[in-house]
Ligand binder design. Structure first.
Ligand code: FE2
Ligand code: FE2
Length: 268
């Protein structure tokens, strides 16, 4: 099975409507105009789509942050650039939201996220039904939403009790299929103290599942530099980094013969 994994493309747009000037979007837009606009060139996504189609994957995974402040215009831009991958009958395309995609409590932003989620994943999947377990080929994928709008100083994620309980239960199912968690945040932050403001909370039970071998692989983004922490059989954590900043994505191959995962970081 061939999986393509990319993340954190961060489309941006100026604030839309007066409400955007009253919440966290002010800070997010400033950040976008000063830094992200230069760092996250969306044009890279055209080449990304071409390269992915050439590789003929079985599955494409995007681990979130396709926008900068979760506004409808940003989702529209992201969907336009990713259009060649959406609804393609040759492979499934799975997307989970990042903290920037659920940036503020706003009705229009929430609707745009729900709509983008349904368009990318297929209209039969609903964001509110997360966590979701989906079997594709010889692997089981667990999609989780770890995001909630936070205050202006925080970029943290939270795994709620209900999701943690469901995921833990699925990890304990003995069906012989490798289990792959698809979420935005690294389960184990490489710098948990330094990144207190940006890390995931509530994930302790799932980290235990990973350390006990009940969970095989965690695909994530959020940290914009790609890295992986896997054992000799390819079990562990893989962070794709930001495709538009690092100009790279990850190709993962699962061998049905020996059950191993192998990884290739592909430069664009
Ligand atoms: Fe990000
Ligand atoms: Fe993020």
């Amino acid at each position: 099975m061939k999986i393509i994994h990319f993340s954190d493309s961060h489309a941006g747009a100026p604030p839309t409507g007066w409400k955007a000037f009253t919440d966290k979007r002010i800070a997010g837009t400033l950040n976008y105009l000063l830094f992200r606009k230069k760092q996250h060139n969306q044009e890279i996504l055209r080449e990304l789509c071409t390269r992915i189609l050439d590789l003929k994957p079985d599955l494409v995974v995007c681990t979130g942050d396709i926008t900068s402040t979760g506004q409808p215009k940003e989702f529209q831009t992201a969907l336009e650039f990713l259009a060649p991958l959406i609804g393609n009958p040759s492979f499934r395309f799975l997307y989970v939201p990042g903290n920037h995609d659920k940036y503020v409590n706003d009705g229009e932003c929430g609707e745009a996220l729900h709509s983008a989620f349904a368009k990318i994943n297929g209209e039969n999947l609903n964001l509110d039904d997360m966590p979701l377990k989906i079997r594709i080929e010889d692997c089981e994928f667990i999609l989780v939403d770890e995001t909630t709008p936070t205050n202006i100083f925080s970029s943290c994620g939270y795994l709620d009790e209900k999701s943690s309980y469901a995921i833990e239960g699925w990890c304990h199912e003995k069906n012989g299929l490798p289990k792959i968690l698809v979420g935005h945040f690294p389960l184990i932050d490489p710098h948990p103290i330094l990144r207190l403001r940006k890390r995931l909370w509530g994930q302790r039970k799932i980290v235990k599942c990973l350390s006990e071998g009940l969970l095989d692989l965690c695909l994530c983004g959020h940290i914009h530099k790609p890295y992986m922490d896997v054992d000799a059989r390819g079990r562990g954590v893989v962070c794709a980094g930001s495709v538009t900043k690092s100009h790279s994505f990850t190709m993962i191959e699962h061998s049905p013969d020996n059950g191993n995962f192998t990884f290739h970081e592909i430069r664009i």
